[in-house]
Design a protein. Structure first.
Length: 479
């Protein structure tokens, strides 16, 4: 990472590290599947953890805006997001509809934040603390105040270009809110100012343009805005230090698939998409095989859109009446399917898939494929033994959808080690071993791949549901 970006990240982390790395709040795995509003959490929060988090969200205990903002973000991730899937609307204010103190704390913390913000405004808050104060103001729906604090930060005498870039990024990130589109013009203004900083602001600009393109405008269906930011992203790459380009090239798949979706209509669009391959590879060194392979994989998956889905070649299944050795081959039976490559340690993703299955019921079929590696904890075991242990664990999570495993004996490798052969279904779906877990493919009732995404989280859950709903309506129209 470039020196400018690294310096700004270090400054931000120095203010928030104490609250973000707390193992008490960050490390707790789920033990039960979600059922109903009262226990829909992907992440279980114990009473002791809850008491600590409740104390930290009492704004009076926070000495700096950065501390409070870090804890508000932590609450979103640990409590609000897991609780919200039962609600028809995602905005956190909808948590008012949920019973119990854990849901109510979001409303209380916002009101408390407003009080604390008022106190900080009477105190000599200055420097980089103005940035989290502005972000908090957006959370508290005090948008004008947020812009004032960012303006004060940007007007700081002697503000260095890296510091200015980070302040503008903070503003763009705070206002890039797809649930409140009225805020997006302000995000655009901060990005435009970032662009004037040239190479210093390019990494921050790239990150925020990626967020706006995929997580905001693509979700909102604003095609022209997506393409505008995508074009700017491609133009930015040659101006950036090579290491900083990893912000795109470490995980280029979602960007490429998004562009394939938007540029699949006219011949002109398809030509533009074809040119994207050359444009991206021009920003990658010829000897950088890793990034080049990731780009190639992204385009291989993009070319699957609209084409028949490959069969699922698992030879051991759970939650299916079919033979335990039979692959799943038929996808043209009118049923919308969501196929996910997953793993035992991705409990959050698995329970997200279960929630989606529960919401749509028999109108869709969720299918997961879990990789076996031939070990359990620190013990080496056979792949068949591991598959059975995974099945037991998945039953404990109360998962009801089919989960398949590719079980083959370990084979001797060139380095003398023993490992399970590569899953042929992952090959057919162009899923790399390093990025396998969480990749999702949505297949329509005629057996064609229509949508794909990397990872299963709260944001992607909405995206997956949106694509499923579209395909269900599409199927009804064809009946």
């Amino acid at each position: 990472m470039s020196t400018n970006v690294r310096e700004s990240k270090v400054m931000w982390k120095m203010m928030t590290i104490a609250t973000i790395v707390s193992p008490l709040l960050m490390q707790r795995a789920v033990a039960q599947a979600p059922r109903g509003v009262a226990d829909t959490a992907m992440i279980s929060v114990s009473d002791s953890e809850w008491n600590v988090l409740k104390y930290r969200l009492n704004a009076a205990t926070q000495r700096t805006p950065a501390e409070l903002f870090a804890d508000v973000a932590l609450y979103r991730r640990r409590v609000a997001e897991p609780l919200s899937p039962a609600l028809p609307v995602y905005p956190f204010d909808s948590l008012r509809a949920l019973p119990g103190p854990r849901a109510r704390l979001w409303v209380d913390s916002v009101e408390s934040a407003r009080e604390r913000i008022a106190q900080w405004l009477r105190a000599p808050i200055s420097g980089m603390q103005l940035e989290p104060l502005a972000a908090l103001a957006v959370v508290a729906r005090q948008d004008s105040l947020a812009r004032q604090q960012l303006a004060a930060r940007l007007a700081t005498p002697g503000l260095s270009p890296p510091e200015r870039a980070h302040a503008l990024f903070t503003g763009a990130e705070a206002f890039a809110d797809r649930l409140h589109p009225e805020r997006l013009p302000f995000a655009e203004q901060y990005i435009a100012q970032l662009h004037t900083l040239g190479a210093v602001g390019a990494p921050w600009e790239l990150m925020q343009r990626l967020t706006l393109a995929h997580d905001v405008y693509y979700w909102l269906g604003r095609r022209d805005d997506v393409l505008k930011h995508a074009s700017a992203i491609v133009s930015l790459l040659p101006t950036m230090e090579y290491e900083d380009r990893r912000l795109l090239f470490d995980y280029p798949g979602e960007f490429i698939v998004m562009m394939a979706d938007l540029l699949s209509g006219t011949a002109k669009d398809r030509a533009r998409f074809a040119a994207l391959d050359t444009q991206l590879l021009a920003a990658v060194k010829p000897d950088d095989g890793n990034w080049r392979a990731r780009v190639a994989t992204g385009f291989a998956q993009a070319h699957m859109l609209g084409r028949p889905a490959p069969r699922l070649q698992a030879n051991v299944w759970m939650n299916t009446a079919a033979s335990t050795t039979a692959p799943m081959t038929r996808f043209d039976d009118g049923v919308v399917r969501v196929v996910s490559f997953t793993a035992l340690d991705d409990a959050n993703g698995l329970l997200t898939l279960q929630r989606i299955q529960d919401r749509f019921g028999q109108r869709i079929q969720m299918v997961a494929l879990s990789r076996v590696n031939g070990y359990w904890g620190y013990r080496f075991i056979t792949p068949a033994q591991e598959a059975q242990l995974q099945i037991q664990a998945f039953h404990a999570l109360k998962l009801t959808f089919p989960i398949g495993f590719w079980v083959q004996d370990k084979q001797l490798q060139e380095d003398g080690g023993m490992r399970v052969p590569y899953d042929p279904t992952m090959v057919d779906y162009h899923v790399s071993e390093s990025a396998a877990y969480g990749q999702v493919f949505v297949i329509d009732g005629r057996g064609r791949v229509r949508y794909m995404t990397d990872g299963v989280d709260r944001g992607n859950e909405e995206d997956i549901e949106k694509s499923v709903t579209t395909l269900l309506h599409e199927g009804s129209a064809h009946e």
